[in-house]
Every structure is written in C-alpha cells, then in structure tokens.
Design a protein around this ligand. Structure first.
Ligand SMILES: C[S@@+](CC[C@H](N)C(=O)[O-])C[C@H]1O[C@@H](n2cnc3c(N)ncnc32)[C@H](O)[C@@H]1O
Length: 276
C-alpha cells in the first residue's frame, strides 16, 4: 500500500475530524494520519490514504468520516492515572458531599474504562465510611470502539500492570483468556454511553462530580469554553470537576473555580465553599 500522504489530504482529514469531534490535528501530524488512517483505508478497501480521501471528497460518507475520526482519537489511559485526583476524590470530594443518598459521577471521556473502574473500586474500598451512599457512574466517550472494550472490562497483563494495585487485581478481577476481566458486579455498576462532548449533556442527566480529564487539551479555546459551560450546566451547584494535569478552567470560563491548593480540582461556587 502506498503510504505517502499529501499536506492537502492531511488538511482535509483534519477538517473532517475537527468538525465531528472538536479535536485539533495540526498540519505537522502527517505521521499520525499515516499510521492511524492507513489501516482504515485498507479495511475499507482503498489502495491508499489518497484514494480514501478522494472518495470522501467525491461522496461524503458519514460512516467513513466517523471511522477516520475515531481512528484519530488518542485513547491513552491507565488505572488510577495521576493518583492525586483519586486521593482528592476520596479525601476532599466525598466528605464534602457526605449525606447524598446517590452520588452521581460522570466520566466524560472515559476511553477504555480504567478511570471509571478506578472510581468504582475506590468507592468499594471506602463504602463503610459512607453507609447509605450509592455511587452512580455514567461513563461516556465519543468512540464506540473504546466503549466496547470498556464495557467488556477485559484487560491485558500489561494494562493491569499500569497503576492497578495488586490487592485490587485480586479482589476486583478474575483471570480470563490470558488476561483479566473486571468482576461482573463492578462492571454492571457503571452505565456506558456513547457521547460527543460537542453535544448537549442534559441527555445524560445531572451530576455531582465530573471527571473530564485529558481531552480538553485537544480542543481550541472556544470549544474548551463551550464544553466546560455545558458540563457546568449539568453539575450540581455544590458539585466538582476534575481536569487533567495539563488542563485548567482559568482564562477559559468562570463556570468553575479552582479550589485553592488542590491542583486539577474545580468546583461550582458552593462546591468551592464546601471544600475550603
Ligand atoms: C486521552 S483519553 C483520556 C482518558 C481518561 N479520561 C484519562 O484521563 O485517562 C481521551 C479520550 O477522549 C475521547 N474524546 C475525544 N474527543 C471527544 C469528544 N468530542 N467527545 C467525547 N470524547 C472525546 C477520546 O476518544 C479518548 O478516549
């Protein structure tokens, strides 16, 4: 298969992806387009990326456009990623929201599921401190491919070695097909939903806590603002937001405020007061 890709094709593909997902693909990402889109072209029966682009230009085929978009999402994740947000969830957020009968958490770009499963395991560990509080996790992603894997809860040896304490592996997973599967009770405690952050999240419900980590970095400033304000519109007035280590609301929106000395943790007004 011919693997060279012209700048014009990279720009065309970048436009397709931007329009559907908000993800910015800069012009220097030719190598990424090549490595990710070659398999899509092959699978769809095209001789090259150029042939695939020519077909998309000639006849817009949404299924193909979405396959291209999905292939260019970055799905890197691992269990208890960055540790601090999970410590803050346990030590700041749960005490601040104590008294809720149901704690509604949204993992807004959950990729292959390690983040929502980490939260579900954490909650299992501390549930004795919060009798009567039920955790309701909604986990969503734009990519149905990653959601399928998340829902199956099947992780390779390599994946379970990334961030998962051995005690949790023993307690919450069972060996399966030369890999490990999350036990059914934990798997079934999570609602999995395909959801594009460019859309209105009110269809998902309302939430006390939102994890939206390591996805805003790929959006331009107006998209970041719009997404954050929409997230605020479904977050309780005393609710919280977790962003990735390289992300912030500062200079983007006032809908959430930084919680002093708690990097990566943001609150709506009453949430900031409760955590202070
Ligand atoms: C790098 S992963 C982050 C996973 C997890 N939150 C973490 O921090 O480990 C980013 C995820 O965002 C998803 N994504 C990208 N654009 C999106 C959009 N417009 N709406 C929803 N999810 C999106 C990707 O499919 C990908 O799985």
């Amino acid at each position: 298969m011919n693997s060279t890709v012209t700048e014009a094709s990279v720009s065309f593909i970048a436009e397709v992806v931007l329009k559907r997902s908000g993800l910015i693909l800069s012009a220097d990402k030719g190598y990424l387009v090549e490595s990710r889109i070659n398999p899509v072209a092959r699978k769809e029966g095209f001789a090259s990326i150029e042939a695939l682009v020519a077909a998309m230009r000639a006849r817009p085929d949404e299924k193909l456009m979405w396959a291209v978009t999905d292939a260019l999402t970055t799905n890197e994740t691992f269990f208890f990623r960055d540790k601090t947000p999970f410590d803050q969830f346990r030590d700041e957020v749960l005490p601040a929201l104590k008294g809720r009968s149901t704690l509604r958490v949204w993992c807004a770009a959950c990729s292959t599921g390690q983040e929502p499963y980490s939260l579900a395991m954490l909650m299992e560990e501390v549930k004795g401190t919060y009798p009567g509080m039920k955790l309701d996790i909604c986990a969503s992603d734009i990519s149905e491919r990653v959601l399928e894997k998340a829902q199956a809860g099947l992780y390779s040896k390599f994946e379970v070695q990334r961030g998962l304490p051995i005690t949790h592996l023993v307690k919450y997973f069972e060996p399966a097909e030369d890999a490990f599967r999350v036990k059914p009770a934990l798997r079934q405690s999570i609602r999995w939903r395909p959801f594009n952050l460019l859309d209105d999240p009110r269809v998902l419900g309302r939430f006390d806590v939102v994890f939206c980590r390591n996805v805003l970095i790929y959006f331009d400033p107006p998209t970041k603002q719009k997404v954050l304000e929409r997230i605020a519109s479904v977050t309780a007035p005393d609710g919280f937001l977790f962003l990735g280590a390289a992300e912030t609301v500062m200079g983007v929106t006032d809908a959430f405020k930084a919680i002093p000395a708690k990097r990566g943790l943001y609150g709506r007004d009453a949430g900031v007061r409760k955590a202070a």
